[in-house]
Design a protein around this ligand. Structure first.
Ligand SMILES: Nc1ncnc2c1ncn2[C@@H]1O[C@H](COP(=O)(O)OP(=O)(O)OP(=O)(O)O)[C@@H](O)[C@H]1O
Length: 205
């Protein structure tokens, strides 16, 4: 299932951050968005996921419910076990079998542990395992490898590869090599004129 972005403009706090963004991602294809801190990658991904509207252009999806989004927040219920968390999401999305997700993200031995007691990297793995139970064809992922060790990055890369091999699509904001064949798109040229005057990394103020 293809995703197409046409002359898209996205804003944060009412200020345009990216404008004129055009790209498409076809089945079996992963697109990686790069660019400096603050350029607007998260804002673009949130807009793709339907969490906020674009101020210009359009997002073309064959199906309004095609996207599974994993942002910075892990979306985990702390008092539920790993298994219960995944079962909950599987029921929400109508896909019953959580075993492949437990196996694919190295969660078998942690399945009965309350999610609140997981380490940061284990929580991240659980958050990403949710994607595998959604059955949705387009994965939109914001810095998915944060907190993951080398082995877990490889595990995650393998999960994305399986998704792509099954005809899925992925749009990922990331600066690290996930060992995948990807098309990299730098967001810098799409910086909105209104945000160019703010060409500094606010984290260093
Ligand atoms: N609530 C807000 N109101 C106004 N501006 C905001 C708000 N949240 C974020 N911004 C600004 O919007 C711009 C785009 O932020 P965004 O999080 O999309 O960037 P990013 O490319 O994902 O950055 P990073 O690589 O650091 O994650 C930044 O300059 C940021 O400071």
């Amino acid at each position: 299932m293809s995703l197409k972005v046409v002359d898209l403009g996205v804003a944060r706090g009412g200020v345009p951050v990216l404008e004129g963004v055009n790209f498409a991602a076809d089945p079996g294809e992963a697109v990686v968005l790069t660019g400096p801190n603050g350029v607007g990658k998260t804002t673009l991904l949130r807009t793709l996921a339907g969490l906020q509207p674009p101020y210009a252009g359009k997002i073309i999806l064959p199906d309004a419910e095609a996207i599974a989004y994993a942002g910075h927040a892990d979306g985990i219920k702390a008092v539920l076990s790993v298994r219960e968390n995944l079962s909950f999401w599987a029921r929400v999305y109508g896909h019953g079998d959580i075993q492949p997700a437990l196996e694919g993200f190295g969660l078998i031995d942690l399945a009965e542990r309350p999610a609140g007691n997981l380490s940061a990297g284990q929580k991240r793995r659980l958050g990403l395992a949710r994607l595998a139970v959604t059955g949705r064809p387009i994965w939109v992922l914001d810095e998915p490898t944060v907190s993951l060790d080398k082995q877990s990055v490889a595990m995650f890369g393998a999960a994305v590869r399986r998704h792509l091999d099954g005809g899925g699509t992925a749009v990922i904001a990331s600066h690290i090599d996930m060992g995948l064949p990807v098309r990299v798109i730098d967001m810098t040229p799409f910086r909105a004129r209104a945000s160019v005057s703010r060409q500094y990394d606010e984290a260093f103020l």
